[in-house]
Design a protein around this ligand. Structure first.
Ligand code: UD1
Ligand code: UDP
Length: 380
């Protein structure tokens, strides 16, 4: 069986590591994987570092699309992916998550009848002003095999009319939905101990034995709106009076801080001894930081979940989340880009740190489960 896997943005490269590892360890006699990197992320610390560190095979193709507006970027990817699919004639295309690379893969494949496997199907924010919400809805509705990491995802698909108890053969018009656990959990479990040995970021940042807050910010809804970005940094500056803060900066945020953060706050943030603004870190460094942090503050989907995997409370810098279970269990709080809600959430977690983190993301073998279904289910 031949799979064409599309990756492009940082979290997709990381997720692909789990699938490629499972193919290598358990399915190498039955599955050939062709990896296509769209080039959506291209800086070394947003792309190459993960190949070097996580043992992901070198991409067979790189479309080098780079950054552009949504339409231009997606169009360039769609064109390149269509050419590759026509040449490779795969049994399936594998798409991760909800980025423009996901959307391009879905549109290219569905129109020329290549069945789509969507990993991270069913997640919804119910906020269509997010580009990701459009991408994931389109991808789900073009897919033949939909793998949802959570029960909330399964419910969302049910509400959108996806059948849950249908028989094969499966097609784009008779798709199959599976509940499979989270492929990112596979990676966090696999790499947690390796990270402790292979990285020295905790020592390098002089954080050994010190409580600190780990934060990431990259959503366009925060970076591109000065009032929201300033409100988040008001909270960070407030918290930095009593806490160390580590903030690996996504390149989008690094660029927009210069234009969208007030001059006064830029001066405070860039000169603060307790706010460590650092370039994007590698995955092993990131999970070492997550494991040692006292609390995580983020607008990232992946980082929210990893906070939960490492049993850390999380303040979500968004009005809603697709990962509703982590809020429902009381381990994360939606604080949006609102200084007072962020400070309240901090106080709540400081006074009452959560201790119970139910197993809601599977058993760390989501990749094997998915590959087994891809190989064995009947698809026309
Ligand atoms: C994208 C995804 C988002 C995901 C995020 C993961 C879409 C619509 N968005 O957002 O869902 O959460 O990736 O990180 O697909 N840039 C660089 N170097 C790079 C990559 C980007 O400098 O290697 C800068 C460019 O100025 C670019 C900006 O970051 O314009 C945004 O990059 P883009 O890939 O368009 O969106 P992300 O914000 O990264
Ligand atoms: N990540 C990383 N280095 C960083 C920031 C994040 O390796 O400096 C990892 C993080 O551990 C998670 C993934 O990137 O696995 C999340 O990606 P991101 O926040 O860019 O996107 P999202 O998950 O919101 O789509």
């Amino acid at each position: 069986m031949k799979l064409v896997t599309i990756i492009g943005a940082r979290p997709q490269i990381i997720k692909a590591a789990a699938l490629s590892r499972a193919i290598k360890n358990h399915f190498s006699d039955r599955i050939q994987e062709v990896i296509v990197h769209t080039g959506q992320h291209y800086d070394d610390n947003m792309s190459q570092v993960f190949f070097d560190e996580l043992g992901i095979p070198r991409p067979d193709y790189n479309l080098h699309v780079g950054s552009a507006s949504h339409g231009v970027q997606t169009a360039r990817m769609t064109e390149g992916i269509e050419d590759i699919l026509l040449k490779e004639q795969p049994d399936f295309i594998v798409l991760y998550g909800d980025t423009n690379s996901t959307l391009a893969g879905a549109v290219a494949a569905a129109k020329i009848h290549v069945p789509i496997v969507h990993i991270e199907a069913g997640l919804r924010s119910f906020n269509k002003s997010m580009p990701e919400e459009i991408n994931r809805i389109v991808c789900d509705h073009c897919s033949t095999l939909l793998f949802s990491p959570t029960l909330a995802g399964i419910e969302n698909l049910k509400h959108e009319g996806f059948p849950l108890d249908n028989d094969g053969p499966y097609t784009i018009d008779n798709p199959k939905v599976y509940h499979c656990g989270d492929i990112m959990y596979d990676n966090s479990l696999h790499f947690a101990d390796i990270a402790e040995v292979k990285t020295d970021i905790i020592q390098r940042l002089e954080l050994a034995g010190q409580p600190f807050i780990l934060s990431t910010i990259h959503r366009d809804s925060n970076t591109d709106h000065p009032e929201r970005l300033n409100a988040i940094f008001d909270a960070l500056i407030g918290l930095s009076k009593e806490n160390q803060i580590v903030l690996p900066l996504h390149p989008r945020t690094a660029k927009l801080l210069k234009t969208n953060l007030s001059n006064e706050k830029q001066t405070l943030v860039f000169s603060s001894a307790s706010i460590k603004l650092i370039p994007p870190v590698s995955f092993l460094e990131m999970i070492a930081l997550e494991r040692h942090a006292q609390l995580v503050m983020t607008d990232s989907g992946g980082v929210q979940k990893e906070a939960y995997f490492f049993k850390k409370p999380c303040i979500i810098l968004r009005p809603e989340t697709e990962w509703v279970e982590i809020v429902q269990t009381g381990n994360a709080i939606l604080a949006d880009a609102d200084e007072s809600r962020i400070m309240e959430a901090w106080q709540r977690f400081k006074n009452n740190p959560p201790t119970v983190f139910p197993e809601i993301f599977g058993d760390g073998h989501a990749a094997e489960f998915m590959l087994d279904k891809i190989i064995s289910c009947k698809v026309l």
